[in-house]
Ligand binder design. Structure first.
Ligand code: 8DG
Ligand code: MG
Length: 128
């Protein structure tokens, strides 16, 4: 099982999504910024490091919003999504193909990683 952490970041009624680079697994699908946890770090530390590496922002990491397990043909991920906010910096596309801030009613316009489906369903329900 691969431990993956990601960030749910809200600003003015919209949350941030990032489009994965074409050359990586799940290429061009949309995701919550994040990545794999290294053995020496906590999930929170991993999330802060990934956001610095991928977007050049420093996060304030809050509570866990939700976690899911998903089996891909190449790996099984345990994805933990944290509520977070940007402490410093403006997101830069250091790695991603694109970055968008979207409202819950725009979710269906984007093709997300399959592991994110349950999370997106919950986000849609939470605003009804
Ligand atoms: N960051 C992130 N990864 C996700 C999400 N949903 C999902 O299925 N994944 C999968 C895609 C990848 O196969 C796996 C690990 O994410 P990643 O590719 O961002 O890992 P990383 O930044 O550490 O990159 P690398 O060092 O492995 O190249 O988790 C998500 O919402 N955010
Ligand atoms: Mg990543």
């Amino acid at each position: 099982m691969t431990e993956v952490v990601a960030a749910l970041i809200w600003d003015q009624g919209k949350f941030m999504i990032c489009q994965r680079p074409a050359h990586k697994a799940r290429g061009l699908l949309w995701e919550f910024v994040g990545g794999k946890v290294e053995p020496s770090e906590t999930k929170e530390q991993a999330l802060i490091r990934e956001c610095q590496e991928e977007l050049a922002i420093t996060l304030d990491v809050g509570e866990i919003f939700m976690d899911v397990i998903h089996k891909y043909p190449d790996l099984t991920v345990h994805l933990t999504l944290f509520n977070a906010s940007i402490q410093t910096g403006i997101p830069q596309k250091l790695e991603h193909n694109d970055i968008q801030w979207i409202a819950v009613n725009e979710i269906d316009q984007y093709a997300f990683c399959p592991a994110d489906e349950e999370i997106l369903t919950r986000l849609k329900l939470s605003t009804k």
